[in-house]
Design a protein around this ligand. Sequence first.
Ligand code: ADP
Ligand code: MG
Ligand code: MG
Length: 893
Amino acid sequence: QKFVYDFTEGNRDLKDLLGGKGANLAEMTNLGLPVPPGFTITTEACKVYLGSGEEPAALRDEVSAHLDALETRMAKKLGQSDDPLLVSVRSGAKFSMPGMMDTVLNIGLSDASVVGLATQSGDERFAWDSYRRLIQMFGKTVLGVDGDLFEEALEAAKEAKGVTVDVDLDAADLKKLVKQFKKIVTRDAGRDFPQDPREQMDLAIKAVFDSWNTDRAKLYRRQERIPGDLGTAVNVCSMVFGNLGPDSGTGVAFTRDPASGHQGVYGDYLQNAQGEDVVAGIRNTVALAELESIDKTSYDQLIAIMETLETHYRDLCDIEFTIERGRLWMLQTRVGKRTAGAAFRIATQLVDQGLIDEAEALQRVNGAQLAQLMFPRFDDTGARGGEGPQLLGRGIAASPGAAVGKAVFDSYTAIKWSRSGEKVILIRRETNPDDLDGMIAAEGILTSRGGKTSHAAVVARGMGKTCVCGAEEIEVDTKRRRLTAGTTVVEEGDLVSVDGSTGKVYLGEVPVVPSPVVEYFEGRMHAGADDADELVAAVHRIMAYADRVRRLRVRANADNAEDALRARRFGAQGIGLCRTEHMFLGERREMVEKLILADTDQERETALDALLPLQKADFIELFEAMDGLPVTVRLLDPPLHEFLPDITELSVRVALAESRKDANENDLRLLQAVHKLHEQNPMLGLRGVRLGLVIPGLFAMQVRAIAEAAAERKNAKSDPRAEIMIPLVGTVQELEIVREEADRVIAEVQAASGTNLKLKIGTMIELPRAALTAGQIAEAAEFFSFGTNDLTQTVWGFSRDDVEASFFTAYLEKGIFGVSPFETIDKDGVGSLVRSAVEAGRATRPDLKLGICGEHGGDPESVHFFHEVGLDYVSCSPFRIPVARLEAGRAAA
Ligand code: ADP
Ligand code: MG
Ligand code: MG
């Protein structure tokens, strides 16, 4: 097994083995781009180390061989005292984890070689600046020294000299600082800063391995659903120097704007600095376009390289580069993160450029991004002086969305307040990895410093969280927990509104308006020229691609005509679940009470007769809204006690009345009924088909209402396509009994109305027994609809209404679930029952229609699963329909 790859040996397809950074460094090397030579230690080596606590035996020799080759190539040895080779040791996992893992620059410097570097470069200041950086980074990330100690010493040095930026410190100052830094290391780490360059390198490699398992890294992985056992690769890369004076510098660039997708020159550049300075947002950068006037040759070369990379990767790339005395070096590239809106725009732009086809365009976007675009936005037309929200300032629109919450100035408070149900906006001068929990807890993030590539921006974008960064008019005072903007002071707890799409920040609550994408789906907006419409046009095209290729049909869960009409506008191809329980609520509750209290057949029939016309009217409206499309109506499902008064309330009422000796007959009977119907486990009690079997005439009445409504529509020359669905069936006998009765009722209605209704009768598969005997059940069912909510509850044996609050957090934290099984289908358990029921059902009845209704119908990952097991449709809430359409297209493309 080979544990080390030279940059010339890898390529971009080896991300599993070399990590993203290593694979792309190799790819750029092979493209002939200027990458400083180096090598990558594989994730396999990391896994061995993490598993056993020991590096694999062969690793040391392999590293030595590659280091020898590197030294030969560079014609100097690592840390050689008269002319040292310096390297960076850089982490790089398969998935980019911004700021999560540690990188150490300038390895190879020591008390001896710093002098050599000074002589060789002819720049003493540079040599000592590099050395202090090494001690600082190495001390912090490898030896675990508190980073603030170094920062404080650096600040003190600047203050003593009366300067504000580190470039104003000269060689003598830095020499002193190095001495202090070394003392800090000795004191805080209990050992001296290692002078042996190879020891430095080996310790740094180990530290990178270890950084895979820091709490921060684990939390980020859980958030992003990145598996915990991938390990990280380690890149050893010869150093190039951006801190060699004004003709040197370092920067980051995007081949397109990650916020809008527009092509152009986007990025930040910092003269006379090493890489970390830009990413950390410590000094103020200049816009990349300004590099043209600073160093035209490097600028032109960079633009050319960006074009090469974008054409090669056929996507937006982000880039880290360094210029050393007028010479450009590429230090990193990857397919860049982007906002949801940019993802759609870029995908269609690349199609237009002929770089990708429509199928590929579908893979470049996803349902989560579409869902994000459907969020409402701020309406800030009223936010100008005077009353109402006040504009505090404008920063960089780093991650879109409209967030309103109470101002908090530290992560601890953000977490505490959000736990108690408050919405908060985390406001920091700049964020660092320690703020991660606070960022997760917040509705939105606001910083006063840092650019599009600052920690806050990158992480927020990854989490899909609203973020405005670099709002420079705002002064953040963390200690006093407040910010000032001009003359306005915002204290902790004040409401602020943060617009991640425009970068604007307001004091007060700004009202929100619907998203243009929703306006488009609603048919209220069409393609045009301004910014919102460009997005709409891109969404329109992507949706068309998805609809063209998808095999899964998408239906809506809707109970009334209004929802049905909206669902239809959003692209629903029918109703997959019409719940009938709401038809028993409101003013009709009284009739239901009568039904439940009925002692005689006569009383029961009277109650049902009263309900019939009301239900029929509901169905007529619904069939009208969905004319020509299937409408699956589920017969009554919930336990009857849900329609009766609350047991405690009623008991109190009756007791009070009795004490006054004026108890009312009806209340007494109700109380009796409530007691009789009370169940320990209503979820597993008298509900679903069981109701139909024990309450004579109930299901017959519902079937009659459906059939008569359909007949009336038919006779009005319309095209109703009703389907009757029996819930909670566990055995085919239940279904047969209900079916017989339903068939009889339908025949009567057909005869009376002179129509042929072609009503389908089917069942939900939502109990394990139903799934296990699906072959038998299909004999009596023309369709199955998997009720994955109940199926998940019954397969796992836990109740959805209780678990979220009790033990789910613990399960998620312990990694037992990556995500709640009520959100994304549990493929191995619940999913395998679905799969076998599909096969058994189709074996019995080849033309069996198969669908799913339940929250999973609108969940991207679940939609892919349902496509794969061969369902005919998914059904979800109206607002999730576009997401389901898109994901069904992506699954098929
Ligand atoms: P991250 O994954 O946090 O971006 P990197 O490994 O990319 O960490 O390194 C952090 C910074 O250090 C980057 O900005 C990069 O440009 C700079 N850097 C890394 N290696 C070198 C090198 N060999 N020479 C010069 N700068 C480097
Ligand atoms: Mg980097
Ligand atoms: Mg159910």
